[in-house]
Every structure is written in C-alpha cells, then in structure tokens.
Design a protein around this ligand. Structure first.
Ligand code: PLP
Length: 452
C-alpha cells in the first residue's frame, strides 16, 4: 500500500482537471464580445453600462439577474430554429424560479417546461397559460396529473409504462383527452441517461409504449420526446439526437400508419456564453437539426426545452474577497459568495472577472474558492490583476441551477436582485434569509436571545 496517492499528470502546473479553459486577459478586457451587457468603460466593470460600484455597495455579495439577457437567449434560439422549422420553445423553469425573469420570458412569447406541481404553480402564477406549458416527469401525484389534464396543459410527457396507465386512467375518468408525448432515449446509453438511469426508455420499450398509447381512445399521442443531452456544445451530437429521434418517429408512423406531429428534442445545451466562447453558435445546432431531420413534412412541429442555455448567463454574482491564502506556492482568493448558492459542478464553473482593470498591475494566476469548510472551488487557475482581491470579483454564468438549489447552510446567502432600467430591485436580502432560518431551523436571529 502506498501513502502517496496517484496524481494525474499535470505538466502545466494547473490544479484544474475539468471545466472550461481559463479566461485570457484579452477575453476579460473585451468581455462585451462574449456578454454584451458587460464592459469596462474607464477600467471599471459596468452592467448594462452602469458601473458595478453604483449598483453594489460591497457589504454583502449580490446575485444579479438580467431578465433581458434571458429574453435575448430565448429569442436567439427561437430565431435560429424557426429558419427551418415550425418551432415552439418552452424554457425549463427548474433552472430559475425568479418571477421577474419568468414573466419577462412569458411576455416575450416563451413557454414553460415544468417537472412538478410546485413548478406548475410557479409557471401559472408568473402568467404562463396552460396552453404554453409542457410537463415532464417520471411519476406524478394523482392530484397534479388531474390538474394537468383538466387545465388542458399543452403537452404531457409520459416516461414509462405505469405513468402511461395512470395518465390514461385519469383522462378516462375526467373525460378529457390530453395531448401526450412519449419519452425515448434514442442515443446509446451514456453516464447521465444510462441503463442505470431512471430517465427515459430505450428504443424498443418506447416503441411499445407509443403503440399502446396510440391505441388508447383517451389519449391524444402528439409525438415523441427525447431529452438526452447534458451541457451539449457539439452541434454534431445534437444533430445525432435529432436524427435518431426523427427515425424513431418515422419508424412508428410507417409501422402504424399514424401521423405524429411533434418532435421534442428537450434541453441539455451548454450555456450560451460558453458555447459562443468555443466559437459555436446556436444557428449551427439549428442547421444540424435541419440536416438530420430533412425538411419535416408540413404540420410537424419541433419543440425545444432549453434550460441552461436560457438562464445560465443571465446572472452574475458580485462578491467581496474575505481573505487570501498561500498554499504550496498557489494563491487562493476566498470569496464571500459561497457554494450554498453557487454549486460547483466542475473545477471551473463560474468564471471570475475583476471589478477594476487598472493599468500597471501584473496579472497573476490564482484560485477562487468559497469560505465554507467544504472542499469546494469556484474557479481554479484564474488569471486576474494583482489587485483583484482588493476590489472584489464578478462571477459570471450564475443564472441556472443556483438560486433554485440554494440552501441556508454554512454562511450567509447573498442578496438577490434584478437589474432593470439601470437599477437593482432587491428580491431577497438578509431579512429574508433570517425568515428562512426561523422557518427551517426555529432559530430567531433578530435582536435578543430566543428561548427555544
Ligand atoms: C432539465 C430538463 C430540461 C432542461 O435541461 P438543460 O440542461 O438545463 O437545458 C429540459 N427538459 C427536460 C425533460 C429536463 O428534465
């Protein structure tokens, strides 16, 4: 037995083993090429042209959402695909429940993709009509299924035999015929949607499910649903999903003589700014789908359910640096914003930007991590001006799967707000967090001692 663990070969001196490449100095200095709402006029980071200093006093970290960017991302994907298809875009709201963001998307014409009764209620309360909601789930409570059916939800995704039986049973009892999609995993198994995953159904089983559903008088089978990608930044892979899903639908139509009018390719795309940073544009995904599906016969509609692509780069976190430390020759910047909000999914999840670009400072390699006593990191091997720690950082790409999965744990949550018309509307603050602490844990953090 050896006490020295095997290390992966690292010749560059970098600590990070996964995640996107570190931003170069020129990428940071020209950040508006990647995210048009960010820039450095006079060397100070500005959001929508307003200096961060004017929006944020620096005392507590702040997660800022830009609803306009989410809308722009929605318009980009819809425009790209509508060149070739009759397309409907339902944004996967599980990425972000913030009312100001969802209502902006709804006002721009987007639909909502939901996974539960909670998400149904959030979508309805933020103004999405049932006819612009798509529901996907592996299993649903009876009450929720009845609501989806009676309210005439646009599409109900069915994943598995029992869920098909239950959907049919409720439809028959309610006397309403819901429009359904049958979920299939048309690509070979992968780590996320493998044979050991509860999600989706392989080709043969999904085919039998489709036959059974089509034979029911109580169900209106509209098409097939294939959500089998994760952070996809490869138009070829997306095209392959489209091709296989199209073949699946065509095989069924040929065998049954029955016309399906919807192909739903799910979500699973990489965030827009990372995709574009890699030189890829959403137009190439649309072109790949066109090549894969040919020209769909008229009357066939494409459905997309992007989540990360819409929400990820529509928020950033402004954070102070609590301290720095040196360890084995590396410099660490310890942020105030923490993993209770910013869940790390790789060694480099949230690219850090300096708040000031001052001439005459060296740029140095450093690691950015949160202050919790967990081995989490926000971005390893960052390149930042030497004085970055004095001013704080902006962490970009914080809009998807962050706030929705935040927990009151370890350290304070940041304030959360929306940037609209050049000012921040705060929706969550210290007082809101204290209310959560009281409701969750029974601890009153106000003045005085609470006698439990
Ligand atoms: C999560 C999910 C999406 C959105 O996924 P992203 O990776 O965020 O784009 C879309 N459809 C279904 C069925 C999902 O479960």
């Amino acid at each position: 037995m050896t006490l020295v663990s095997a290390r992966p070969p690292v010749s560059t001196g970098e600590l990070a083993h996964n995640g996107p490449p570190t931003m170069s100095r020129s990428e940071i200095e020209h950040i508006q090429r990647l995210l048009p709402y960010l820039s450095y006029p006079d060397g100070e980071l500005a959001l929508d042209g307003v200096p961060a200093e004017r929006l944020w006093d620096g005392t507590r970290p702040l997660l800022v959402y830009l609803p306009e960017r989410a809308v722009d991302n929605y318009r980009a994907i819809r425009a790209a695909f509508s060149r070739y298809f009759d397309v409907s875009v339902y944004c996967a709201i599980k990425c972000c429940y913030l009312a100001g963001v969802l209502s902006a998307l709804r006002a721009a014409g987007a639909g909502a993709e939901i996974n539960s009764d909670l998400e149904w209620r959030i979508a309805r309360k933020t103004g999405f009509p049932p006819q612009r909601i798509v529901s996907n789930a592996v299993a649903r409570p009876a009450q929720h299924l009845e609501t989806l059916i009676t309210e005439k939800t646009a599409l109900i995704g069915v994943d598995g035999e029992e869920e098909l039986d239950r959907t049919e049973w409720h439809a028959r009892h309610l006397g309403v015929t819901p429009g359904i999609l049958i979920r299939v995993n048309p690509l070979p198994p992968d780590p996320f949607f493998s044979d050991r995953s509860k999600l989706g159904t392989d080709w043969d089983d999904a085919f039998r499910l489709l036959e059974r559903a089509a034979a029911s008088r109580h169900l209106d089978v509209r098409g097939v649903h294939a959500h089998q990608l994760v952070r996809c930044a490869d138009a070829g892979q997306f095209g392959e999903l489209a091709r296989r899903t199209g073949e699946f639908a065509a095989a069924f139509s040929t065998a049954s003589g029955r016309h399906l009018d919807i192909i739903d390719l799910g979500g699973g795309l990489e965030s827009r700014f990372l995709m574009e940073r890699g030189g890829l544009r959403i137009e190439e995904f649309a072109a790949a789908a066109r090549d894969a599906l040919g020209c769909l016969p008229s009357g066939i509609r494409l459905v997309l359910e992007p989540g990360r692509f819409i929400f990820a780069d529509a928020a950033l976190a402004l954070t102070g640096i609590l301290g720095t430390r040196r360890k084995t020759g590396s410099r660490w910047l310890i942020t105030d914003a923490a993993c209770n909000l910013l869940r790390p999914t790789s060694d480099r999840t949230y690219p850090p930007l300096p708040l000031h670009l001052t001439d005459g400072h060296h740029w140095i390699r450093c690691h950015v991590a949160d202050p919790t006593c967990a081995p989490t990191r926000l971005w390893l091997d960052a390149l930042l001006p030497q004085d970055a720690a004095e001013h704080g950082l902006a962490l970009i790409g914080c809009g998807a799967y962050t706030m929705v999965r935040s927990s009151v744990w370890g350290t304070d949550l940041p304030d959360i707000g929306l940037l609209r018309d050049g000012r921040i509307d705060i929706v969550f603050d210290h007082a809101g967090q204290d209310t959560m602490v009281r409701s969750l844990y029974g601890v009153g953090l106000g003045d005085g001692t609470d006698d439990p």
